[in-house]
Design a protein around this ligand. Structure first.
Ligand SMILES: *Cc1c(COP(=O)(O)O)cnc(C)c1O
Length: 368
């Protein structure tokens, strides 16, 4: 069986370094907001080509706190892709604003900049883009639209560590780039973790307060903050994993190249554009009989995933909150299938997946 993902296998080569990091933290006697966190923040800021990195407890909090730190009037409208992972939308709602869904490009799964003008109202204050599957959104057009209309830009980079648009890193286009280090992400901790990167001193200072009870100086509370701190143990693990991130990205890009070289031409595959440096958090193909294809692959020893089975506007939790029709989101959710592409997979395994596609029965040779 080829698993979709095996974290044990992906982390095995780092076992000694991770155990040494854990031991160092345990022995230090300092477990919250210490040297590991400040070192990780400095190291990740360097990686992210940003002035500041503020670590938090998870990716959702990175998004919520960033949107709160914009200090927008209550009830502002924030544009977001109709097919994003639910966290991006939850963050807008949790921050007290209205999520306005913008349909994606079918070919890239990313927010379609051509659709921004139609979604603009006098209440629009921000755009929250998601660089889905490790592919950058068309940031030149999106940031031009934002500055023309005085909108803030927040980037959900939970799937795009190291991805670039026109040579520039995702997370550096808007005021804040929000990262998740959930264990399956390209840079994953061994538990929950997240961070925000920014070049804006004031924004960074506010976030540093907000993640720690609104306080930077013990027992002095400046904002209505929360407890969303990264712990020393996860920071120590992330410092190890960060040193190997470029290797992980190179590996995933090499596996993607194998797919592009060996998957059949009729299959609807991820779009590659010269402007985008993709990091392939997910390798998402599209297929009109996705569920049948998925079952056939499973019967033949390959596990796959669906990102995501239910569109945000179809979620029970969003009834009466996200209204309107989103046919492209519906179509993408009905046709997407994610093939194995993790740090733990070998070229051999990916070639075996490709050879299965060559052996597909004719009734499954369908283009989306
Ligand atoms: C994983 C993810 C998040 C949330 O991150 P957590 O660390 O799980 O809170 C947000 N947005 C996107 C696009 C994600 O993939």
């Amino acid at each position: 069986m080829i698993e979709y993902e095996s974290l044990a296998q992906a982390n095995r080569p780092l076992m000694e370094e991770l155990e040494a990091a854990a031991s160092r933290v345990i022995r230090s006697g300092w477990y919250i907001l210490g040297n590991e966190v400040s070192s990780f923040e400095a190291e990740f800021a360097t990686f992210a080509e940003s002035k500041h990195c503020i670590s938090v407890a998870n990716g959702l909090d990175a998004l919520i706190l960033s949107i709160e730190a914009l200090d927008l009037p209550k009830g502002s409208e924030v544009m977001v892709a109709s097919n994003t992972y639910i966290a991006t939308i939850l963050a807008i709602l949790r921050a007290g604003h209205k999520a306005v869904l913008v349909e994606p490009e079918r070919e890239t799964f990313n927010m379609d900049p051509e659709r921004l003008p139609a979604a603009l109202t006098p209440d629009t204050r921000a755009i929250c883009v998601t660089h889905l599957f490790g592919k950058a959104c068309r940031m030149t057009e999106i940031t031009a639209f934002a500055s023309e209309h005085g909108l803030q830009v927040i980037e959900d980079c939970a799937q795009s560590h190291g991805a670039r648009y026109d040579g520039r890193l995702t997370g550096t286009f808007g005021i804040g780039g929000c990262f998740s280090f959930y264990p399956t992400k390209n840079l994953g901790a061994l538990g929950d973790a997240g961070a925000i990167v920014t070049d804006d001193d004031e924004f960074a200072d506010r976030l540093r307060h907000m993640r720690n009870y609104g306080s930077k100086k013990k027992y002095e509370n400046v904002y209505i903050g929360v407890n969303s701190r990264l712990d020393e143990m996860q920071a120590a693990f992330l410092r190890v994993k960060l040193r190997h991130l470029d290797q992980v990205t190179d590996h995933k890009r090499a596996l993607a190249n194998l797919y592009f070289a060996h998957l059949p031409e009729w299959l609807t595959q991820p779009l590659r554009r010269s402007s985008e440096y993709d990091v392939f958090h997910i390798f998402g193909i599209r297929h009109p009989a996705r569920d049948e294809l998925r079952q056939w692959l499973l019967d033949h020893g390959v596990k796959t995933e669906i990102h995501y089975p239910i569109a945000p506007h179809r979620q029970k939790a969003m009834q009466g909150i996200l209204s309107g029709n989103y046919p492209i989101a519906d179509e993408l959710h009905a046709t997407e299938l994610s093939l194995p592409i993790s740090a733990g997979h070998s070229s051999d395994e990916i070639e075996r997946v490709c050879s299965l596609f060559a052996a597909l029965p004719d009734n499954l040779k369908l283009t989306a």
